[in-house]
Design a protein around this ligand. Structure first.
Ligand code: MG
Ligand code: MG
Length: 264
């Protein structure tokens, strides 16, 4: 069941997503070699709660194991998604995707950004750049009358043309009062197939792209998901609304990118 949102609801979703964007920008300021992902998590949780919201991920149920213990997912290098923050310091050359969700006034925000730690290799930098491009190529297909398959096709086509893998087991999703609503938004697909996009539809588009094979394995903590070949993966996510026939990006990377530019 896809819930179409009113204009007022879209504004509430925007507020929750701007809080996610601001939280990720705070993280951008402190990501560097020596920082632990637990420190990133503490900062995020405090920042979200200080702004009157709750971190949606904390306590998220898991049918196969314990509920999610942290406020963000921090997935380092070969960890694709759902990495649990820990006390291992980040090292020069690592990448860390930080996925963040908030619930503000009953509406959810969800966005993810993959950060570089210190100096990363050129091949890794290109993986990140391409994954971000995949996200925007998917977003460019999101308008009323188009279909979910058009989004998936655009993402898959761009990633695979560069020799990368597209994760199949995890997909984007509708977003609203619940973080995960219908429909599922795969990062692969066929043009002209799948559910049609309509005004009021709000979805998270989130390509997860691997440098090697797209096959995955689960970590013993029953949350973290890694590439089976041990090669790095990147993940970028925006929440968007279909609004006036066109795409309206509710989350933002602007503040994060401003911090990144200052660091280089
Ligand atoms: Mg997310
Ligand atoms: Mg999501």
């Amino acid at each position: 069941m896809i819930y179409l949102k009113t204009e007022d609801e879209i504004e509430l979703l925007r507020k929750a997503n701007i809080l996610v964007a601001d939280t990720l920008a705070e993280i951008a300021k402190i990501v560097r070699p020596g920082v632990t992902t637990r420190q990133l998590d503490s900062l995020a949780e405090q920042f979200i709660r200080d702004h009157g919201a709750t971190p949606t991920f904390k306590g998220f149920p898991n049918p196969c194991g314990p509920e999610y213990p942290a406020s963000i997912c921090t997935s380092v290098n070969e960890v694709v998604v759902h990495g649990i923050p820990n006390d291992t310091p980040l090292r020069d050359g690592d990448i860390v995707s930080v996925d963040c969700g908030t619930c503000l006034n009953g509406y959810c925000g969800d966005s993810c950004y993959t950060f570089t730690v210190g100096e990363v290799s050129e091949v890794v930098r290109v993986l990140l750049k391409t994954t971000k491009e995949c996200l925007y190529k998917g977003i460019a297909q999101a308008y009323a009358g188009h279909r979910l398959g058009d989004i998936g096709f655009a993402v898959q086509q761009h990633a695979e043309s560069r020799g990368y893998g597209v994760v199949r087991e995890f997909v984007g999703h509708g977003i609203g009062r619940d973080m995960h609503e219908d429909p599922q938004v795969p990062n692969y697909g066929e043009r002209g197939k799948g559910k049609q996009l309509k005004n009021g539809m709000c979805i998270a588009i989130e390509p997860m792209i691997t440098m090697g094979n797209h096959k995955l394995a689960m970590l013993p903590d029953k949350w973290g998901v890694v590439t089976r070949d041990g090669k790095p993966a990147a993940h970028f996510e925006h929440s968007i609304a279909i609004h006036g026939g066109k795409v309206d990006i509710l989350s933002s990377f602007e503040a994060i990118e401003k911090v990144e530019q200052q660091n280089y």
